[in-house]
Design a protein. Sequence first.
Length: 291
Amino acid sequence: MGLGVALGRRYPGLVHFLLPALLVLAVPLAFSERLGLVHLVFPDNTILLFSGEYLRANPLLFLRNILIFISLLTGVTGVFLCAGAPLGSLYDLSDRLVNEPDMPARYHDALRQFRRYYDLPFTVNSQRDTALIVGGGTGSDARAASRNHYQHVTSVDIDAQIVALGREFHPEHPYRDPRVVTVIDDARAFFNRPSAEKYDIVCFGLPDSHAMSSAMSTLRLDNYVYTEEGIRAAWEKVGPGGHLSPHCRPTRGRGLSTGSTGPSPRPPAGSRRRSTINCCSLARSWSRAMA
């Protein structure tokens, strides 16, 4: 999939080979019982745990099984490669690609809608000076902030390697923009830093790390950020006239759930800061308008 994303930027037409590649792979798998693939001993019978040393190796059987394995693996790789090709352009939301004249209209519409998704948190407020992004990743949110004329953008991410990859390979190079400053830290730790700096927007990107725990773990760092205490700490970083934008799925009739029965983090009386629920409601309205 990663190889498909990389190749898709240069050869976006690879996606058109997805269905033929899937068909080529599906045919032998559909007849796997008749072809003997279900009970295939790899690489041959000498691999058996018991009595394998008494069996004679068959070079032809070994070669046949190796070729079958390589063919199936190549087919699966080809399917994922072709499926990942269109994803390569999703990270390039620049004006050059969005307005590419040779691109089909449906791709234009998809890219514009995807770009509006990133731009939404940074367009709801006319006060656009400072922005704080937690879970900044490779920099797409930071690029959206600078694209919408924020002059000072702080992007926080816990994974230094992800930030380095974004600085090197992101097609729009958001971390090379002098308006963007990167910070390697945990979101909650950054919120609790003793600093009086306030921001016009505090935006939650995707504050989770795939490098801090294995894929088999149920621990997600965003579960530590999306708590009542985490939201309150983020709210304290919002300046007068600013707003807080959590990353939440637009769902009909629901707000942001903190998992707490206590009072929700509301602004004090007379505060000009915008609440998180208003931002979620706006995201839902935008989603319905785009549908």
